[in-house]
Design a binder for this molecule. Structure first.
Ligand SMILES: NC(=O)c1ccc[n+]([C@@H]2O[C@H](COP(=O)([O-])OP(=O)(O)OC[C@H]3O[C@@H](n4cnc5c(N)ncnc54)[C@H](OP(=O)(O)O)[C@@H]3O)[C@@H](O)[C@H]2O)c1
Length: 216
C-alpha cells in the first residue's frame, strides 16, 4: 500500500482520495488555501487521511495526483516532485484556464506542457474522461464482462504502470497511450472523452477515431 499525495481537494481530488482509502492507501491532501481549511474533509475521510501544504503532500507521496486546473505558469511544487510519478487529471478548458496558445495551435498537448513544467517528474494523464463521482460507483471486479476501461497517457512506462495498478484497484481496465504527445486523443470533445463508458476495445476504437480540431 502506498501513501498518495493529492494536490487539489475538490471534485476529483476528494473522490480519488475516497477510492484510494477504500483500497487501503494513505492520502495526504492539499488545496490552495492551506491545510486548516481541509479539516471537515479530513474528518470525513478518517484516520488514513491528513491535510498538508502542496509541497508537503508532494514530498510525502510515493506518487502524486494533481487534481488542479492547470495554469500556463507552473504553480505546482517542482522541487518536491522531482523523480516522482505525477498523475495529472487536468482537462484544459480555455474558458476557465485562459488560452494556452501552443495547445490551441495543436502544437503541444496540455500534458506535454505540464511535463515541461515538471521536467524531472514522470507525468501521466489519467482520470480525465470520467466524472469524478463515478470513480466510486462504476468500478467492477477484474474479469467482469462489463468492466470499463480508462486511458493513461505518458512517456514513461513506470508512470502508466502506477495508473494501471490504481485503476485496477478502483475496478477499471487500462488503455495506455504513448507517447504523451498522443494524449490529445482523449481531450474534451474527442469521441473517447465524450463517450464515458467503454470496454478496452471501444476505448481503443474511439482513440483511433480522434481527429485534430482547432479549439475555440
Ligand atoms: N470534476 C470532474 O468530474 C473532472 C473529471 C475529470 C477531469 N477533471 C479535471 O480535473 C481538474 C480538477 O477538477 P476539479 O473538478 O476537481 O476542480 P475543483 O473541484 O475546482 O477543485 C480544484 C482544487 O484545486 C485546488 N487548487 C487550485 N490551485 C491550487 C494550487 N496552486 N495548489 C494547490 N491546490 C490548488 C483547489 O483548492 P482551493 O479550493 O483551496 O482553491 C481545489 O481543492 C480540472 O482540470 C478538471 O477539468 C474534472
Amino acid at each position: 500500500m502506498s501513501t498518495i499525495g493529492i494536490i487539489g481537494a475538490g471534485e476529483v481530488g476528494s473522490h480519488i482520495a475516497v477510492a484510494a482509502l477504500r483500497s487501503g492507501h494513505e492520502v495526504v491532501l492539499a488545496n490552495s488555501r492551506g491545510p486548516e481549511t481541509l479539516s471537515d474533509l479530513i474528518r470525513q475521510l478518517g484516520s488514513s487521511a491528513r491535510a498538508a501544504t502542496a509541497s508537503e503532500a508532494a514530498l510525502a507521496g510515493d506518487f502524486i495526483v494533481i487534481a488542479v486546473p492547470m495554469k500556463l505558469e507552473n504553480d505546482m511544487p517542482e522541487k518536491e516532485l522531482v523523480g516522482k510519478v505525477v498523475i495529472d487529471t487536468n482537462n484544459y478548458m480555455a474558458w476557465r484556464d485562459g488560452h494556452f496558445p501552443l495547445v490551441d495551435a495543436l502544437e503541444k498537448t496540455e500534458h506535454e506542457i505540464r511535463q515541461e513544467q515538471l521536467p524531472c517528474s514522470k507525468i501521466v494523464k489519467a482520470f480525465t474522461h470520467i466524472q469524478a463521482p463515478r470513480i466510486l460507483t462504476w468500478g467492477k471486479p477484474p474479469g467482469a464482462p462489463d468492466r470499463l476501461a480508462l486511458a493513461a497517457a505518458s512517456d514513461f512506462e513506470e508512470a502508466i504502470d502506477v495508473v494501471r495498478s490504481l485503476y485496477d484497484q478502483f475496478g477499471f481496465d487500462t488503455v495506455a497511450i504513448t507517447p504523451l504527445s498522443e494524449s490529445w486523443r482523449i481531450t474534451p470533445g474527442q469521441p473517447a472523452w465524450r463517450q464515458e463508458r467503454h470496454s478496452v476495445a471501444e476505448l481503443r476504437d474511439n482513440l483511433a477515431r480522434a481527429r485534430h480540431v482547432v479549439r475555440p
